[in-house]
Design a protein. Structure first.
Length: 139
């Protein structure tokens, strides 16, 4: 039996959101977030957005959990594990972690305009010749 992309995504959301809802709020007293998004990927600077060398589409649905901790003043550290379901050119899963620094320009921390910069790594089950590897570096 083959599970469609929407069903896999719903299962993924439930597996991540339900356990996180039971975490004690005092243990993680800083900022937390859950984000869900849709993205396009490109592996060629000369290709149209969302396309590969071959002309195929590359798109995915991603869910991420973010934990943000105040370091000093308006500078925070953000740890963000994520899982993505790749729809095309072939179905697969990505999983990884990013570590970011975030600076807020507002009068208070966690409010107003901010800038984020960081790095991370991911593993993908998708086998693309253009990628050359299953281990990916994120900048």
């Amino acid at each position: 039996m083959r599970i469609n992309v929407r069903s896999r995504f719903l299962i993924l959301v439930l597996l991540l959101v339900i356990p996180l809802s039971f975490l004690p709020s005092t243990a993680l007293a800083d900022q937390q977030e859950i984000s869900v998004g849709y993205g396009l990927g490109t592996l060629n600077k000369n290709a149209d957005p969302g396309h590969l060398h071959s002309g195929d589409y590359y798109d995915f649905v991603q869910i991420a959990y973010g934990y943000e901790k105040l370091l000093s003043g308006k500078f925070n550290i953000l740890v963000e594990p994520f899982v993505a379901i790749v729809n095309r050119p072939q179905s697969g899963l990505d999983g990884g972690l990013t570590l970011n620094g975030r600076h807020y320009f507002g009068h208070e921390n966690y409010t107003g305009l901010f800038v984020t910069a960081g790095f991370g790594g991911a593993y993908t089950s998708v086998d693309l010749e253009d990628q050359g590897t299953h281990g990916l570096f994120i900048l």
